[in-house]
Write a protein that binds this ligand. Structure first.
Ligand code: AMP
Length: 226
């Protein structure tokens, strides 16, 4: 089963992607997380990407597109994948659709988590990243995924690991820029969403309201996945 997950920053798409991964066992490929791992590891790719990410800009397509298409060729993707954070613009969408077609890969589901921009922004500044596992959701404003306190410090509620904030989550201008890109339906991410919605064929589109609780959003998605 091959799945694309769309949603603005703050919509919980990473959280839902992680839940789907757990249930179905296929890799959860997050473009943003791959960049952050490379930045943390001091790789050439990380060095190239860092300034763009800190500003909330997209990393150029000539870096991002091959990175993701190569990732989809890895052996763990043969039984399916969940792609999250890619495509983020129309060019990436068209390139991905062509690459899938050329590789004879089907796109089974497009999940769109719909969230108004003001709600998404409010959610971003409270989220925390577990240093051990990016798929451990933590957020200081939501009881269901609130970090826990240990020795006077807030730690990951799943594994007790150290928590970090993303620099681009604490920078107002970077948040706004990421949302400008997401909600842009001419060439940005909404244009990519609409491109896949219009593809037809065997691809099923699942649009869910991102405002209810994590569990309710999961339920709405799971009802449609089979
Ligand atoms: P995310 O973790 O999905 O919020 O991504 C963090 C940052 O990584 C974004 O703001 C971009 O700078 C970069 N990034 C992630 N995915 C892409 C993509 N598909 N194309 C270009 N840049 C990306």
């Amino acid at each position: 089963m091959n799945i694309l997950v769309f949603g603005p920053n703050g919509s919980g798409k990473g959280t839902q992607g992680a839940i789907i991964q757990k249930k179905y066992g296929m890799p959860h490929i997050e473009s943003g997380a791959i960049f952050r791992q490379n930045i943390g590891g001091g790789t050439e790719l990380g060095k190239k990407a860092k300034a763009y990410i800190d500003r909330g800009d997209l990393v150029p397509d000539d870096i991002t597109i091959p990175m993701i298409l190569n990732r989809l060729q890895e052996s763990d993707c043969q039984k399916g994948w969940i792609l999250d954070g890619f495509p983020r613009n129309k060019v990436q969408a068209e390139t991905l659709a062509k690459a899938l077609k050329d590789a004879g890969m089907n796109l089974d589901y497009v999940i769109e988590i719909v969230l108004p921009r003001d709600v998404a922004k409010l959610r971003i500044t409270g989220r925390r990243l577990c240093v051990n596992d990016n798929n451990h959701p933590n957020h200081i404003a939501f009881d269901a995924i609130k970090p826990v306190e240990k020795d006077g410090k807030m730690v990951c509620r799943v594994c007790g690991g150290e928590l970090k904030t993303r620099p681009d989550d604490q920078d107002d201008a970077a948040i706004d820029k990421r949302h400008d890109i997401y909600y842009d339906d001419k060439t940005g991410t909404m244009a990519a969403v609409n491109f896949f919605k219009g593809l037809g064929g065997d691809t099923k589109v699942i649009s869910v309201d991102g405002r209810p609780s994590i569990g309710e959003v999961t339920e709405a998605i799971m009802k449609e996945l089979n």
